[in-house]
Design a protein around this ligand. Structure first.
Ligand SMILES: Cc1cc2nc3c(=O)[nH]c(=O)nc-3n(C[C@H](O)[C@H](O)[C@H](O)COP(=O)(O)OP(=O)(O)OC[C@H]3O[C@@H](n4cnc5c(N)ncnc54)[C@H](O)[C@@H]3O)c2cc1C
Length: 388
């Protein structure tokens, strides 16, 4: 059993950045952190570009849990899976039967989980997904000595993985349910430019198709597609997107939608419980990216130290780490009125999403046009202005 002023569930970037920012404000309050994993401090985005650079799992660790504990006066408890939040008793309970109390606040920073691949076959449990450091550890081991990798899904992470694994010398086949990568964010010309670049590096592209089963076979795995096509691979990775972890919060009676619902102060429906990072739906925004997470963690740290601070969002473009065709995209917000103006050729495309009055609401650039990104970023209308 432990008792702390502040208890943070999760040692991903959201949990650690909140703790580090809080320590800038307050060195007295006791802060405990719980994680189901090893508690290493690392940058998750490096996971999808680490293979080609021959970075071992250990190379990705910036600080170990022990180092974080002594540097920021934290009590980090690793390999502790929380199974229950008891908001009446102000505590959480773990799989091993331990209880950890918070006297002031509980911060939920429990992240997102990979979407479940809905298909049949006896090898479903052997399909990898890449979310935590521990996943990279296991995938690296499986890739050793394997030749052919099947990547299911070509969103941001899938596209980066295809590029990374190909650069690392693997044969890569990618099955995607649309005709071009990252189709939910990229207009077609940019998506086609990225697809062509991936294919030119040697990635075998199978578009507009779905994997319906994954089976073991003598040489590894056999995936059957909706079209009837059959693909063989030594390693299968699913990169079909993420879902916020809301189960614990839901069972504790907190309001949830697609994420754990918070206001702009990161406060949930329980005034003593906050949520931050991939698990949090902040004022209706569910964003699985680093920049919003950092802004939220900074605002939350101030609130936790007695200076209530609402988060605001500037426009936050996303850099896709595909060296074969650099991409930066700031997608227009859902349901916002406007239209794309797109120009370019080959790999080099620039698209501006403008309102009727010419305001820049989004952009996407590929290839050489990436050099225009700073100017475009500056011209973007903020997503959530600070006066909201
Ligand atoms: C491969 C990959 C590449 C990415 N690249 C980019 C990029 O280039 N740019 C970008 O902006 N974003 C990128 N992202 C997204 C970004 O990394 C995430 O938004 C961010 O890392 C989420 O941090 P988090 O702390 O909210 O969650 P996580 O890092 O998932 O941390 C969750 C923590 O909660 C703990 N936890 C969860 N449930 C429990 C439980 N029941 N009991 C105990 N502990 C629990 C976990 O152990 C973990 O410590 C990428 C994501 C991936 C997977």
């Amino acid at each position: 059993m432990t008792v702390s002023d502040i208890l943070i569930l999760g040692t991903g970037l959201a949990g650690y950045v909140t703790a580090m920012e809080f320590r800038k404000q307050n060195t007295q309050a006791s802060v405990s952190m719980l994680t189901a994993g090893q508690g290493h401090f690392y940058s998750k985005p490096t996971v999808s570009t680490a293979y080609a650079h021959a970075r071992s799992p250990q190379d990705l660790i910036t600080q170990t849990a022990e180092q974080m504990m002594s540097k920021y006066q934290l009590n980090v408890m690793t390999e502790q899976t929380v199974v229950e939040i008891d908001s009446q008793q102000k505590c959480v309970r773990t799989l091993t039967g331990q209880t950890h109390y918070y006297q002031q606040y509980l911060v939920l920073a429990c992240g997102a989980q990979p979407r479940v691949l809905k298909c049949s076959g006896d090898a479903i449990d052997s399909v990898f997904s890449l979310n935590q450091w521990e996943d990279y550890f296991q995938l690296r081991a499986a890739l050793n000595g394997s030749k052919h990798v099947l990547v299911i899904g070509c969103g941001l992470v899938g596209a980066e993985l295809c590029c990374d694994l190909r650069s690392g010398g693997h044969q890569v086949t990618c099955v995607h349910d649309a005709d071009w990568p990252i189709h939910t964010l990229l207009p077609e010309p940019m998506g086609q430019a990225l697809k062509t670049a991936l294919c030119e590096t040697g990635v075998r592209w199978v578009g507009s198709d779905l994997v319906t089963s994954v089976m073991h076979d003598a040489s590894g795995f056999k995936a059957t597609l909706e079209s009837g096509r059959v693909l063989n691979a030594d390693v299968v990775i699913s990169a079909i997107g993420m879902e916020a972890q809301i189960d614990l919060a839901q069972r504790a009676g907190l309001v949830t939608q697609k994420g754990i619902v918070t206001d702009a102060y990161l406060q949930t429906s329980d005034p003593n419980i906050y949520a931050v990072g991939d698990c949090a739906e902040v004022s209706g925004w569910l964003l699985f990216h680093i920049t919003p997470l950092r802004r939220c963690a900074q605002a939350l740290a101030l609130s936790l130290s007695g200076q209530p601070t609402a988060v605001s969002y500037p426009a936050m473009p996303v850099v896709v780490k595909t060296p074969c065709c650099p991409v930066v995209v700031s997608p227009p917000l859902l349901n916002i009125q406007g239209h794309w103006k797109i120009e370019g050729q080959g790999q080099d495309w620039l698209g501006r999403f403008e309102s009727e009055t010419g305001d820049l609401l989004g952009f996407a650039v590929t290839g050489q046009c990436v050099r225009d990104r700073a100017g475009l970023h500056q011209a973007l209308v903020p997503w959530m202005p600070s006066e909201h």
